[in-house]
Write a protein that binds this ligand. Structure first.
Ligand code: PLP
Length: 397
Protein backbone atom coordinates (compact mmCIF):
# COMPACT_ATOMS: atom_id res chain seq x y z
CA UNK A 1 0.00 0.00 0.00
CA UNK A 2 1.20 3.50 -0.71
CA UNK A 3 -0.06 5.31 2.36
CA UNK A 4 2.29 6.87 4.90
CA UNK A 5 3.59 4.10 7.15
CA UNK A 6 3.84 6.50 10.08
CA UNK A 7 0.25 7.71 9.70
CA UNK A 8 -1.05 4.20 9.15
CA UNK A 9 0.50 3.13 12.44
CA UNK A 10 -0.90 6.17 14.23
CA UNK A 11 -4.37 5.64 12.77
CA UNK A 12 -4.41 1.99 13.76
CA UNK A 13 -3.14 2.52 17.28
CA UNK A 14 -6.12 2.75 19.58
CA UNK A 15 -5.73 4.80 22.71
CA UNK A 16 -6.03 2.87 25.98
CA UNK A 17 -8.36 5.61 27.26
CA UNK A 18 -10.69 5.11 24.31
CA UNK A 19 -10.58 1.33 24.71
CA UNK A 20 -11.69 1.61 28.33
CA UNK A 21 -14.39 4.09 27.37
CA UNK A 22 -15.68 1.73 24.64
CA UNK A 23 -15.67 -1.14 27.15
CA UNK A 24 -17.74 1.11 29.45
CA UNK A 25 -20.31 1.72 26.70
CA UNK A 26 -20.62 -2.02 26.18
CA UNK A 27 -21.04 -2.70 29.90
CA UNK A 28 -23.61 0.11 30.24
CA UNK A 29 -25.67 -1.50 27.47
CA UNK A 30 -25.42 -4.87 29.27
CA UNK A 31 -26.07 -3.93 32.91
CA UNK A 32 -27.47 -0.38 32.84
CA UNK A 33 -25.70 2.99 32.83
CA UNK A 34 -26.21 3.56 36.55
CA UNK A 35 -24.32 0.34 37.38
CA UNK A 36 -21.10 1.29 35.60
CA UNK A 37 -18.76 3.79 37.27
CA UNK A 38 -16.99 5.19 34.25
CA UNK A 39 -14.18 7.61 35.18
CA UNK A 40 -12.21 7.13 31.97
CA UNK A 41 -12.70 10.21 29.79
CA UNK A 42 -11.99 13.90 30.29
CA UNK A 43 -15.26 14.87 28.66
CA UNK A 44 -16.78 17.84 30.56
CA UNK A 45 -19.91 16.85 32.49
CA UNK A 46 -21.09 20.20 33.80
CA UNK A 47 -23.47 21.76 31.27
CA UNK A 48 -22.42 24.89 29.41
CA UNK A 49 -23.82 28.06 31.00
CA UNK A 50 -27.37 28.88 29.79
CA UNK A 51 -26.05 31.98 28.03
CA UNK A 52 -24.34 29.70 25.50
CA UNK A 53 -27.59 28.39 24.04
CA UNK A 54 -29.23 31.80 24.31
CA UNK A 55 -26.32 33.44 22.45
CA UNK A 56 -26.28 30.73 19.79
CA UNK A 57 -29.98 31.34 19.14
CA UNK A 58 -29.45 35.09 19.09
CA UNK A 59 -26.58 34.75 16.63
CA UNK A 60 -28.56 32.46 14.35
CA UNK A 61 -31.53 34.85 14.38
CA UNK A 62 -29.61 38.08 14.04
CA UNK A 63 -26.44 37.52 11.99
CA UNK A 64 -26.74 36.87 8.24
CA UNK A 65 -25.91 33.23 7.46
CA UNK A 66 -23.23 34.17 4.93
CA UNK A 67 -21.33 35.86 7.75
CA UNK A 68 -22.15 33.43 10.54
CA UNK A 69 -21.40 30.33 8.53
CA UNK A 70 -18.95 31.68 5.99
CA UNK A 71 -15.15 31.78 6.13
CA UNK A 72 -13.49 34.26 8.45
CA UNK A 73 -9.91 35.47 7.93
CA UNK A 74 -7.42 32.62 8.28
CA UNK A 75 -6.39 33.46 11.90
CA UNK A 76 -9.96 34.32 12.86
CA UNK A 77 -12.49 37.14 12.63
CA UNK A 78 -10.88 40.47 13.54
CA UNK A 79 -13.62 41.48 16.01
CA UNK A 80 -13.32 38.10 17.76
CA UNK A 81 -9.53 38.42 18.01
CA UNK A 82 -10.03 41.97 19.39
CA UNK A 83 -12.41 40.58 22.03
CA UNK A 84 -9.87 37.91 23.05
CA UNK A 85 -7.08 40.52 23.26
CA UNK A 86 -9.29 42.79 25.41
CA UNK A 87 -10.15 39.87 27.68
CA UNK A 88 -6.46 39.02 28.19
CA UNK A 89 -5.68 42.69 28.94
CA UNK A 90 -8.48 43.01 31.49
CA UNK A 91 -8.19 39.61 33.14
CA UNK A 92 -4.43 39.16 33.31
CA UNK A 93 -3.36 42.79 33.09
CA UNK A 94 -1.14 41.83 30.18
CA UNK A 95 -0.69 43.88 27.01
CA UNK A 96 -2.18 41.55 24.41
CA UNK A 97 -2.69 42.51 20.80
CA UNK A 98 -5.14 40.90 18.40
CA UNK A 99 -2.35 40.82 15.79
CA UNK A 100 -0.79 37.97 17.76
CA UNK A 101 -3.96 35.96 18.34
CA UNK A 102 -4.91 33.01 16.17
CA UNK A 103 -8.30 31.35 16.66
CA UNK A 104 -7.95 27.55 16.52
CA UNK A 105 -9.93 24.32 16.62
CA UNK A 106 -9.26 23.83 20.32
CA UNK A 107 -5.95 23.41 22.10
CA UNK A 108 -5.10 20.34 20.02
CA UNK A 109 -4.87 22.36 16.80
CA UNK A 110 -3.18 25.18 18.74
CA UNK A 111 -0.42 22.88 19.97
CA UNK A 112 0.09 21.29 16.57
CA UNK A 113 0.28 24.68 14.81
CA UNK A 114 2.74 26.11 17.37
CA UNK A 115 5.01 23.08 17.23
CA UNK A 116 4.99 22.94 13.45
CA UNK A 117 5.66 26.65 13.30
CA UNK A 118 8.64 26.38 15.65
CA UNK A 119 10.40 23.14 14.90
CA UNK A 120 13.49 22.83 12.73
CA UNK A 121 15.59 19.74 12.12
CA UNK A 122 17.20 18.21 15.24
CA UNK A 123 15.08 20.24 17.66
CA UNK A 124 13.94 18.84 20.99
CA UNK A 125 10.82 19.60 23.01
CA UNK A 126 10.73 18.97 26.75
CA UNK A 127 7.61 17.79 28.60
CA UNK A 128 7.05 16.93 32.25
CA UNK A 129 5.77 13.41 32.91
CA UNK A 130 3.04 12.43 33.40
CA UNK A 131 1.72 14.29 30.35
CA UNK A 132 -1.27 14.53 27.98
CA UNK A 133 -0.59 11.63 25.56
CA UNK A 134 -1.18 13.70 22.41
CA UNK A 135 1.96 15.75 23.20
CA UNK A 136 4.02 12.86 21.87
CA UNK A 137 1.97 12.70 18.68
CA UNK A 138 2.14 16.46 18.04
CA UNK A 139 5.83 16.81 18.93
CA UNK A 140 6.98 13.83 16.89
CA UNK A 141 4.83 14.82 13.92
CA UNK A 142 6.45 18.26 13.96
CA UNK A 143 9.80 16.48 13.50
CA UNK A 144 11.16 17.17 17.00
CA UNK A 145 12.34 14.66 19.58
CA UNK A 146 10.28 14.45 22.76
CA UNK A 147 12.38 14.73 25.91
CA UNK A 148 10.55 13.53 29.01
CA UNK A 149 11.37 14.91 32.46
CA UNK A 150 9.57 13.12 35.31
CA UNK A 151 7.88 15.28 37.95
CA UNK A 152 8.63 14.89 41.66
CA UNK A 153 6.52 11.97 42.79
CA UNK A 154 5.51 13.37 46.18
CA UNK A 155 3.63 16.35 44.71
CA UNK A 156 3.90 16.08 40.91
CA UNK A 157 5.54 19.47 40.65
CA UNK A 158 8.38 19.97 38.11
CA UNK A 159 11.73 18.53 39.08
CA UNK A 160 13.98 21.49 38.31
CA UNK A 161 17.25 19.59 38.72
CA UNK A 162 16.21 17.12 36.02
CA UNK A 163 14.86 19.96 33.90
CA UNK A 164 18.20 21.76 33.95
CA UNK A 165 19.90 18.59 32.77
CA UNK A 166 17.32 17.99 30.05
CA UNK A 167 17.61 21.40 28.39
CA UNK A 168 20.36 21.36 25.78
CA UNK A 169 21.43 23.40 22.77
CA UNK A 170 18.81 21.43 20.84
CA UNK A 171 15.86 22.41 23.02
CA UNK A 172 13.37 24.55 21.13
CA UNK A 173 10.51 24.57 23.63
CA UNK A 174 9.05 23.13 26.78
CA UNK A 175 5.36 22.41 27.22
CA UNK A 176 3.86 23.49 30.52
CA UNK A 177 0.37 22.30 31.48
CA UNK A 178 -1.13 23.75 34.65
CA UNK A 179 -3.78 22.80 35.82
CA UNK A 180 -2.46 19.45 34.78
CA UNK A 181 -3.90 16.52 32.95
CA UNK A 182 -3.58 13.84 34.41
CA UNK A 183 -2.51 14.87 37.94
CA UNK A 184 -4.76 17.87 38.66
CA UNK A 185 -1.76 19.73 40.11
CA UNK A 186 -1.25 23.45 39.50
CA UNK A 187 1.95 25.49 39.40
CA UNK A 188 2.00 28.40 41.81
CA UNK A 189 3.79 31.69 41.23
CA UNK A 190 7.06 30.57 42.85
CA UNK A 191 7.17 27.53 40.53
CA UNK A 192 6.66 29.62 37.41
CA UNK A 193 9.27 32.11 38.67
CA UNK A 194 11.80 29.33 39.17
CA UNK A 195 10.97 27.83 35.78
CA UNK A 196 11.40 31.21 34.11
CA UNK A 197 14.72 31.74 35.89
CA UNK A 198 16.09 28.42 34.61
CA UNK A 199 14.83 29.05 31.10
CA UNK A 200 16.42 32.51 31.02
CA UNK A 201 19.74 31.06 32.14
CA UNK A 202 19.54 28.36 29.48
CA UNK A 203 18.70 30.89 26.76
CA UNK A 204 21.77 32.84 27.79
CA UNK A 205 23.95 29.74 27.92
CA UNK A 206 22.88 28.52 24.48
CA UNK A 207 22.43 31.98 22.96
CA UNK A 208 19.02 31.19 21.50
CA UNK A 209 15.35 31.55 22.35
CA UNK A 210 13.70 28.62 24.12
CA UNK A 211 9.92 28.87 24.22
CA UNK A 212 7.41 28.00 26.88
CA UNK A 213 4.27 26.60 25.30
CA UNK A 214 1.73 27.17 28.04
CA UNK A 215 -1.05 24.69 27.34
CA UNK A 216 -3.92 25.88 29.51
CA UNK A 217 -7.28 24.39 28.60
CA UNK A 218 -8.08 23.94 32.31
CA UNK A 219 -7.04 27.49 33.27
CA UNK A 220 -10.33 28.45 34.98
CA UNK A 221 -10.82 25.06 36.64
CA UNK A 222 -8.96 25.88 39.84
CA UNK A 223 -10.37 25.40 43.31
CA UNK A 224 -7.97 26.61 45.97
CA UNK A 225 -5.28 28.70 44.34
CA UNK A 226 -4.55 31.64 42.07
CA UNK A 227 -2.77 30.77 38.86
CA UNK A 228 0.06 32.96 37.62
CA UNK A 229 -0.13 34.15 33.99
CA UNK A 230 3.07 32.83 32.43
CA UNK A 231 3.77 35.74 29.97
CA UNK A 232 4.31 38.02 32.99
CA UNK A 233 7.29 35.88 34.00
CA UNK A 234 8.83 34.78 30.73
CA UNK A 235 8.92 36.69 27.45
CA UNK A 236 9.25 33.80 25.01
CA UNK A 237 5.85 32.42 25.93
CA UNK A 238 3.07 31.19 23.68
CA UNK A 239 -0.34 30.61 25.24
CA UNK A 240 -2.45 27.78 23.92
CA UNK A 241 -6.01 28.02 25.18
CA UNK A 242 -9.30 26.29 24.56
CA UNK A 243 -12.92 26.74 25.59
CA UNK A 244 -13.41 22.94 25.65
CA UNK A 245 -13.36 22.69 29.44
CA UNK A 246 -14.14 26.16 30.82
CA UNK A 247 -17.34 26.41 28.76
CA UNK A 248 -17.93 22.67 28.17
CA UNK A 249 -17.57 23.29 24.43
CA UNK A 250 -15.25 20.37 23.70
CA UNK A 251 -17.16 19.42 20.55
CA UNK A 252 -17.32 22.99 19.26
CA UNK A 253 -13.55 22.89 18.65
CA UNK A 254 -12.71 26.46 19.56
CA UNK A 255 -9.72 28.05 21.27
CA UNK A 256 -6.80 30.32 20.48
CA UNK A 257 -3.05 30.78 20.32
CA UNK A 258 -1.61 33.97 21.79
CA UNK A 259 2.03 34.86 21.14
CA UNK A 260 3.41 37.20 23.78
CA UNK A 261 4.32 40.56 22.21
CA UNK A 262 7.47 40.37 24.36
CA UNK A 263 8.68 37.22 22.57
CA UNK A 264 11.76 37.61 20.38
CA UNK A 265 10.65 38.48 16.83
CA UNK A 266 7.05 38.01 17.93
CA UNK A 267 5.65 38.97 14.51
CA UNK A 268 7.74 36.42 12.63
CA UNK A 269 7.00 33.82 15.28
CA UNK A 270 3.30 34.47 14.81
CA UNK A 271 3.69 34.39 11.01
CA UNK A 272 5.42 30.98 11.26
CA UNK A 273 2.52 29.69 13.37
CA UNK A 274 0.08 31.06 10.75
CA UNK A 275 2.15 29.28 8.09
CA UNK A 276 1.93 26.02 10.03
CA UNK A 277 -1.83 26.52 10.49
CA UNK A 278 -2.08 26.96 6.74
CA UNK A 279 0.08 23.92 5.96
CA UNK A 280 -1.93 21.77 8.36
CA UNK A 281 -5.26 23.02 7.00
CA UNK A 282 -6.26 24.63 10.30
CA UNK A 283 -7.26 28.05 8.95
CA UNK A 284 -10.56 29.65 9.87
CA UNK A 285 -11.72 28.01 13.09
CA UNK A 286 -15.51 27.37 13.11
CA UNK A 287 -17.08 30.80 12.47
CA UNK A 288 -20.26 30.25 14.48
CA UNK A 289 -18.24 29.36 17.56
CA UNK A 290 -15.79 32.23 17.04
CA UNK A 291 -18.76 34.62 17.19
CA UNK A 292 -20.18 32.73 20.16
CA UNK A 293 -16.92 33.27 22.05
CA UNK A 294 -17.12 37.00 21.39
CA UNK A 295 -20.58 37.00 23.01
CA UNK A 296 -19.69 34.77 25.97
CA UNK A 297 -16.04 35.52 26.73
CA UNK A 298 -15.34 35.47 30.47
CA UNK A 299 -18.16 33.08 31.36
CA UNK A 300 -17.44 29.65 32.82
CA UNK A 301 -19.40 26.56 33.71
CA UNK A 302 -20.48 26.17 37.33
CA UNK A 303 -17.10 25.31 38.83
CA UNK A 304 -18.59 24.52 42.24
CA UNK A 305 -19.83 21.20 40.81
CA UNK A 306 -16.30 20.06 39.92
CA UNK A 307 -15.00 21.31 43.26
CA UNK A 308 -17.66 19.34 45.12
CA UNK A 309 -16.82 16.24 43.02
CA UNK A 310 -13.14 16.75 43.78
CA UNK A 311 -13.79 16.96 47.52
CA UNK A 312 -16.11 13.94 47.58
CA UNK A 313 -13.75 11.75 45.60
CA UNK A 314 -10.48 12.87 47.20
CA UNK A 315 -11.85 12.57 50.74
CA UNK A 316 -13.74 9.35 49.95
CA UNK A 317 -10.72 7.61 48.48
CA UNK A 318 -8.14 8.80 50.97
CA UNK A 319 -10.49 7.77 53.82
CA UNK A 320 -10.48 4.28 52.27
CA UNK A 321 -6.69 4.20 52.39
CA UNK A 322 -5.87 5.16 48.80
CA UNK A 323 -2.99 7.59 48.26
CA UNK A 324 -3.74 10.44 45.87
CA UNK A 325 -2.14 13.68 44.84
CA UNK A 326 -4.28 16.57 46.15
CA UNK A 327 -5.61 18.19 42.97
CA UNK A 328 -6.05 21.97 42.99
CA UNK A 329 -7.38 22.10 39.46
CA UNK A 330 -8.69 20.39 36.30
CA UNK A 331 -11.00 17.42 36.92
CA UNK A 332 -8.63 14.52 37.50
CA UNK A 333 -7.49 12.60 40.54
CA UNK A 334 -4.15 10.79 40.24
CA UNK A 335 -4.14 7.81 42.56
CA UNK A 336 -1.26 5.51 43.45
CA UNK A 337 -1.88 1.99 42.19
CA UNK A 338 -1.62 -0.61 44.95
CA UNK A 339 -0.17 -2.94 42.28
CA UNK A 340 3.10 -2.11 40.59
CA UNK A 341 1.39 -2.67 37.27
CA UNK A 342 -1.36 -0.04 37.06
CA UNK A 343 -2.87 -1.77 34.04
CA UNK A 344 -3.44 -4.87 36.15
CA UNK A 345 -5.02 -2.73 38.85
CA UNK A 346 -7.41 -1.17 36.30
CA UNK A 347 -8.34 -4.65 35.08
CA UNK A 348 -9.03 -5.74 38.66
CA UNK A 349 -11.22 -2.65 39.28
CA UNK A 350 -13.49 -3.72 36.41
CA UNK A 351 -14.69 -6.50 38.74
CA UNK A 352 -16.60 -3.73 40.58
CA UNK A 353 -17.54 -1.90 37.36
CA UNK A 354 -15.00 0.80 38.15
CA UNK A 355 -13.36 2.18 35.03
CA UNK A 356 -10.30 4.41 35.10
CA UNK A 357 -7.05 4.74 33.19
CA UNK A 358 -3.52 3.47 33.96
CA UNK A 359 -0.88 6.18 34.14
CA UNK A 360 1.20 4.35 31.53
CA UNK A 361 -0.96 6.19 28.97
CA UNK A 362 0.55 9.43 30.32
CA UNK A 363 4.19 8.36 30.19
CA UNK A 364 4.35 7.38 33.87
CA UNK A 365 3.96 4.09 35.75
CA UNK A 366 2.31 3.03 38.98
CA UNK A 367 -0.71 5.39 39.12
CA UNK A 368 -4.22 5.63 37.73
CA UNK A 369 -6.14 8.67 36.50
CA UNK A 370 -9.71 9.01 37.72
CA UNK A 371 -11.64 11.66 35.76
CA UNK A 372 -14.26 13.23 38.03
CA UNK A 373 -16.05 15.14 35.28
CA UNK A 374 -19.01 12.85 35.95
CA UNK A 375 -22.26 13.29 37.86
CA UNK A 376 -21.92 13.78 41.60
CA UNK A 377 -24.35 10.89 41.96
CA UNK A 378 -21.89 8.59 40.16
CA UNK A 379 -19.17 9.52 42.65
CA UNK A 380 -21.43 8.91 45.66
CA UNK A 381 -22.69 5.62 44.25
CA UNK A 382 -19.19 4.42 43.35
CA UNK A 383 -17.74 4.74 46.86
CA UNK A 384 -18.92 1.26 48.02
CA UNK A 385 -17.23 -0.21 44.90
CA UNK A 386 -14.02 1.64 45.79
CA UNK A 387 -14.37 0.23 49.30
CA UNK A 388 -14.44 -3.31 47.86
CA UNK A 389 -11.33 -2.48 45.91
CA UNK A 390 -9.64 -1.11 49.03
CA UNK A 391 -10.53 -4.34 50.90
CA UNK A 392 -9.01 -6.47 48.11
CA UNK A 393 -5.72 -4.61 48.43
CA UNK A 394 -5.74 -4.35 52.20
CA UNK A 395 -5.78 -0.56 52.15
CA UNK A 396 -8.49 0.20 54.73
CA UNK A 397 -7.00 2.09 57.67
N1 PLP B 1 -4.14 19.80 26.39
C1 PLP B 1 -4.54 19.08 27.43
C2 PLP B 1 -3.67 19.03 28.63
C3 PLP B 1 -5.75 18.37 27.41
O1 PLP B 1 -6.12 17.65 28.47
C4 PLP B 1 -6.55 18.45 26.24
C5 PLP B 1 -7.82 17.71 26.15
O2 PLP B 1 -8.23 16.98 27.00
C6 PLP B 1 -6.08 19.23 25.17
C7 PLP B 1 -4.89 19.88 25.28
C8 PLP B 1 -6.87 19.33 23.90
O3 PLP B 1 -8.01 20.09 24.12
P1 PLP B 1 -9.00 20.57 22.98
O4 PLP B 1 -10.29 19.88 23.20
O5 PLP B 1 -9.16 22.01 23.21
O6 PLP B 1 -8.38 20.27 21.67
Amino acid sequence: MTVSKKMLELGKQSSVIREIFEYGLKRKAEIGTENVFDFSLGNPSVPAPPQINASLKKLIDSVPAEKLQGYTSAPGDQTVRDAVADYIKKTFNFAATSELIYMTCGAAAGLAACLNGLIAQDDEVVVFAPFFPEYRVFVEHSGAKLIVVPCKEDNFQPDFVSLEQAITAKTKAIIVNSPNNPTGTCYREDTIQKLAEIMKQKQKEFQKPIYILSDGPYRELVYDIELPYVPHYYDNTIIIYSYSKSLSLAGARIGYIFVSPLAENANDLFAAICGAGRALGYVCAPSLFQFLIKECIGLTVDLSIYKNNRDLLYNGLTDLGFTAVYPSGAFYLFVKSPLQDAKEFCEHAKKYELLFVPSDSFGYTGFVRIAYCVSTEQIVNSLPAFEQLAIDFNLLP
